[in-house]
Design a protein around this ligand. Structure first.
Ligand SMILES: C[S@@+](CC[C@H](N)C(=O)[O-])C[C@H]1O[C@@H](n2cnc3c(N)ncnc32)[C@H](O)[C@@H]1O
Length: 260
C-alpha cells in the first residue's frame, strides 16, 4: 500500500491570490488492496462549508450523485436539495436519505447546466432563495453562471472540481476539468469574489511499468472505463515512454462569495 505523507502547503504558484497548493507524494508498494483509491469527500471543502451559517441555510448540491455531500450536510442545515441528471443516482440518494431518517432534504433529477436553480427551491415557500450552493466533483461554467443568478450578494458557492492535471498521464482531459486561472476568470465574470482557491494533488510513483500494471491499474469500474475509452492505452504509452508517476488526484477547491 502507498504510505501517505503529510500534506505540504507549497504557497502561491500562479497568478491567483489567495491560492494554495497541497501536494501529497506517495511511492507505490504492492500490497492489498491493489486498486485505485476512491475519492473521499474533501475535508477542506467541508471546513469551508461549515464556516457558513448552515443551521438556517437552504443548500443546493449540484451533481449530487448518490448524495454523499448532501447527506453529510443535511444534519447541519435547515434544508438541502441534491440535483443530478442521473435518475439512478437520485433514486439511490433518496433511498439513503430515507434509511438515515432525514426529513430536511430532497433529491431531484435535473440538468444543473440548464435548469433555473429557483425551480429547485422547496415548494412550500419556506426558503425564498438558496443560501449556499455546493458541488463535489461536478462543475461547469454554466453551473457557476446559474449559481450567480440564484445567490443573493454575500452568499457563497463552495465546490471541488477536477483540475486539468487529474489523470493527465492517460492523455485525455475531462470536459469538467479546470485550471486555476481559468476558474478564477469564470468566477469573476459571473460576479463572485474568490475567498479560497486551492489545488489538492496526490502523485503516486512506481518502480516500474510492470508493477504499475500488475498491481495498481488492475481492477474496478474506472480501469474498465479506461479500457473502453482508450485511456488505458494512453497510460500504457506514457509508461512505455518511461513515465513512472501518476496524478491519482488533482482537485481545485473553491469558496467564492457573490458580490453585489
Ligand atoms: C464525479 S460524480 C460526483 C458525484 C457526487 N457529487 C460525489 O461527490 O459523490 C459527478 C456527478 O455529476 C453528475 N452530473 C454531471 N453533469 C451534470 C449535469 N449537467 N447536471 C446534473 N448532474 C450532472 C453526474 O451524473 C454524476 O453523478
Amino acid at each position: 500500500m502507498p504510505q501517505p505523507q503529510a500534506l505540504v502547503p507549497l504557497g502561491a504558484r500562479g497568478m491567483i491570490s489567495p491560492c494554495s497548493y497541497y501536494i501529497e507524494r506517495r511511492r507505490f508498494r504492492p500490497g492489498p488492496p491493489p486498486t485505485l483509491p476512491q475519492p473521499q469527500l474533501s475535508p477542506r471543502l467541508l471546513r469551508l462549508i461549515h464556516a457558513e451559517p448552515l443551521a438556517t441555510a437552504a443548500v443546493l448540491d449540484l451533481g449530487c450523485g448518490t448524495g454523499r455531500l448532501a447527506l453529510a450536510l443535511a444534519p447541519h442545515a435547515a434544508w438541502v436539495c441534491g440535483a443530478d441528471w442521473s435518475e439512478a443516482a437520485v433514486l439511490a440518494a433518496r433511498r439513503q436519505a430515507a434509511a438515515a431518517g432525514l426529513t430536511n432534504c430532497e433529491f431531484r433529477i435535473a440538468d444543473a447546466e440548464a435548469i433555473d436553480y429557483d425551480a429547485l427551491l422547496p415548494a412550500a415557500g419556506a426558503f425564498p432563495r438558496w443560501d449556499l450552493i455546493v458541488a463535489h466533483l461536478c462543475m461547469a461554467d454554466a453551473m457557476i453562471e446559474r449559481a450567480a443568478q440564484a445567490l443573493a450578494a454575500g452568499h457563497c458557492l463552495c465546490f471541488v472540481a477536477f483540475h486539468g492535471d487529474q489523470w493527465s498521464e492517460t492523455g485525455r482531459r475531462s470536459r469538467f476539468a479546470y485550471d486555476e486561472e481559468q476558474l478564477a476568470q469564470v468566477l469573476a465574470a459571473a460576479g463572485f469574489r474568490v475567498e479560497f482557491l486551492g489545488v489538492e494533488q496526490e502523485i503516486v510513483s512506481f518502480e516500474s511499468a510492470e508493477i504499475a500494471f500488475s498491481h495498481y491499474f488492475t481492477a474496478g469500474d474506472l480501469v474498465q472505463r479506461w479500457q473502453e475509452d482508450g485511456r488505458l492505452e494512453g497510460l500504457r504509452s506514457y509508461f512505455a515512454a518511461g513515465g513512472r508517476t501518476f496524478t491519482a488526484k488533482s482537485h481545485v477547491i473553491v469558496k467564492a462569495r457573490r458580490v453585489a
